[in-house]
Design a protein around this ligand. Sequence first.
Ligand code: IMP
Ligand code: MG
Length: 174
Amino acid sequence: MSLRPLISEEQIQTRVREIAAQITADYPDGTLYLICILKGACFFLADLARAMGRDAFIDFMAISSYGTERKSSGEVKIIKDLDISLEGADVLIVEDIIDTGITLNYLTALLKTRKPRSVRIAALLDKPSRRVRPVDSAYVGFQIPDEFVVGYGLDYAEKYRNLREVCILDPDSE
Ligand code: IMP
Ligand code: MG
């Protein structure tokens, strides 16, 4: 299995700090709820939340639209729901990557039914060429080409999540 570096640790950390500063400026007051989509967004959430110059509530949701394979099943399933109510809150969904858009299109609609004040998306990576469903993302770290990537939370069959950088996983060398 071969890994080709795509985004370095330094590039990620710089961009995360930029996004955190933007979020801090965009939400000057009120309670901000960061909703981390497990497991892929865990490192992004941890770095983003600590780089922000404001308080934030943190909760986790686990969703599955991928099995252990590299293509989407097209189905969205909630494995773990939130512990907190979103009523009246500013909600920021923190996700690792927007691929087909099926997950975030579904999730945004679902969370809007829970009467939050606002719902926005922060995604570390975006593969716009793969979009099947529309997704309105307020904060995106990097737009990337249609390649399967791992690292900084992203996995292939649960492997490579703890790489510090984002790498392209070469499918021909398995
Ligand atoms: P979507 O519903 O197709 O947008 O899928 C989003 C989810 O698919 C992400 O949260 C990831 O878990 C997974 N995913 C999509 N592309 C990749 C990739 O290149 N590497 C690892 N996981 C991916
Ligand atoms: Mg994910």
